[in-house]
Design a protein around this ligand. Sequence first.
Ligand SMILES: [Zn+2]
Length: 270
Amino acid sequence: MSHPLRISAIMLFWTGLALLTGGAQGATIRQDFADGRIVCVISSSGEVPEIVSAVLPIAMKAALERIGPPPDPAQLSIRLLDPPPFYKRAKALFQAEAFATQTGDEIALHPGKDPLKLAFRLGHEVTHWLAYKRHPARPPLWLDEGLAQMVASEAAETCARTRQQDLERPRPPKLEGHLLALDELVGMRSYPPSAARSAAFYWQAEALVRALHARLGTAEFAVYLGLLSAPGAPDWQAPLRERWYFSDWDVNWLAEQIRPQTETRGGDPH
Ligand SMILES: [Zn+2]
């Protein structure tokens, strides 16, 4: 007969724990965007750092400009995490996902202390979220990540400008040995297993999205994003050829854009 007692003791323990973690130490801040269509709730186990509330509007504006607001009113929860262990930081220097993730309507994020890096991370994840709200079937991996990287870099550039700083984005080292062919890049269904491959994948996905965006313009690029993110989406080239009259020459040009141009430019691809 000692069983019920033990169970209630365990339940009390858990209840106490729940009260502790949901207790008074945590802080939340609310920010609205897109004329109130987006409500962001930032939560933290401690104080919400000021750089987060300063940088989120920059990141959100950059993403809204490229993707547009969600079709229905939406709430995004941004949960601030405590600093990651050192090994994680060292492992994935060029991978935004090492510091932030977006799942459904939540972004979990290590804010860090550098506003430019934070603008990049928030820009990246907010882009994934907005793309998910507009296109629940999600874009293909290269398009989702390339677009997130492009918007992230725009957010970081704006953040740098407001602080009269220069944004430095050195090209990943060892890029040449890990480059993907265009067909491989657009065929990726899961993230590359190694850090070097992953860095090349992100760099090339961004380069491809930049090239397509430059060729199509913002409005037509949004149409392309919608076509490729629909359930049963066509092959990535089909709409380019049928709707925007891309030729083999144009596709070859795209293939050139995802390789670093070493002979004409220095270390920085931008
Ligand atoms: Zn991502």
